[in-house]
Design a protein around this ligand. Structure first.
Ligand SMILES: Cc1ncc(COP(=O)(O)O)c(C=O)c1O
Length: 343
């Protein structure tokens, strides 16, 4: 399994350098995670001596209170990716509607259960075409904000899609992995046909820990409860969810604004480079396009800088890359390197 924004450790190993020495613009992780997260992990390493409490009672009640959702609708996973897998394994849609470009795992899991996939473009969600197909499929997927484009879907469209999916008896997966990075995509869509996944790995900057959670109608969350591994959430991830979910709103508040300003600043600089096109985004990562992007990517690697080439995303090719903003000095370095590589 290749092609995710998780190339960092492999690349560091190849170069035999400390991963911290690599400037990673390829994974969409918060560059400003609260220091208290690492402090918590250091102070609680001894939790690893014990099996996690496998019904996850405490975490469920904290999530239930924070999001005002009944405990029996809450799912916990080894990253939200595990819950996305369960969506396909438990619902087993014969036909699935997936917009493109989007996170490649939806398609992989749909294919793994031989679901036939109907593809529409991301822009068709806004135009209304997406919704017009809901009667032809058993399941559909919306990634909001979308990866790799960083575009969000207006609340009204989400509400209409939830309503139509219910009417058409179509299950809707809403992947909100990046919802903590935008104010507008925060509302939780809830219905008898909606399955929502969220994660702490992005916002708290701990993709190696794996801490996902989600919400589903009871008939589905109960089925997942029956098939999941007893300790699919490790003890530290359990502790992180329990302690940081109540603080989530506070944590995201300052970060959204800061990242928006950094994104605008970096895009404005990149727009001064001839032949490099930037694309609009509402979150902290965005697409860029250049005829020689593959070469640019290789040259950046020589300078220990990673961006995410998008040649494996349906609808994109090796002229596209995804850039996730970092702190100001890092962004400036990327701009300077790109400016010298693309004269
Ligand atoms: C759109 C999207 N959803 C879900 C995930 C999985 O995140 P995790 O399993 O770390 O929660 C990712 C990871 O890159 C993603 O980009």
């Amino acid at each position: 399994m290749m092609g995710h924004g998780d190339k960092l450790l492999r690349f560091a190993e190849e170069l035999d350098v400390n991963p911290e020495k690599i400037l990673d613009f390829s994974s969409n992780i918060n560059p400003f995670p609260p220091e208290s997260v690492m402090e918590f992990l250091h102070e609680n390493l001894n939790l690893l001596k014990f099996y996690p409490e496998s019904s996850y009672t405490d975490v469920r009640s904290v999530i239930s209170e924070t999001f005002d959702i009944p405990v029996n609708q809450i799912m916990l996973g080894n990253g939200s990716i595990e819950l996305i897998k369960y969506f396909f394994l438990v619902i087993r849609p014969e036909r699935t509607l997936i917009p493109y470009p989007t996170f490649t795992e939806f398609e992989r899991y749909a294919e793994s259960i031989n679901s036939r996939i109907l593809h529409v473009h991301e822009r068709d969600i806004i135009s209304g075409e997406f919704i017009s197909h809901l009667g032809e499929v058993d399941a559909c997927v919306i990634c909001n904000p979308n990866n790799p484009t960083g575009r969000t879907i207006p609340k009204k469209i989400i509400e209409e899609t939830v309503g139509e999916a219910e009417k058409r008896n179509c299950m809707l997966l809403v992947d909100m992995a990046y919802a903590d990075f935008v104010d507008d995509a925060e509302d939780l869509p809830v219905s008898e046909n909606t399955f929502v996944t969220r994660t702490l790995t992005k916002i708290l900057g701990i993709p190696g820990l794996r801490a996902g959670y989600g919400f589903a109608p009871v008939r589905i969350s109960e089925k997942i409860e029956r098939i999941r591994d007893p300790w699919n959430l490790n003890s530290l991830a359990y502790g992180i969810l329990k302690n940081f979910i109540p603080e989530l709103h506070e944590i995201k508040e300052g970060i959204c604004r800061k990242l928006r300003d950094l994104r605008r600043d970096l895009i404005a600089r990149l727009n001064t480079i001839n032949g490099l096109k930037t694309f609009e985004s509402e979150t902290h990562y965005f697409l860029v396009k250049h005829a020689e992007m593959k070469k640019v990517d290789e040259e950046l690697r020589n300078k220990k800088i990673l961006i995410r080439l998008c040649d494996d995303f349906r609808g994109l090719d090796n002229r596209y890359a995804r850039i996730s903003v970092r702190k100001e000095g890092d962004n400036r370095r990327l701009f300077n390197e790109l400016k010298s590589l693309i004269p």
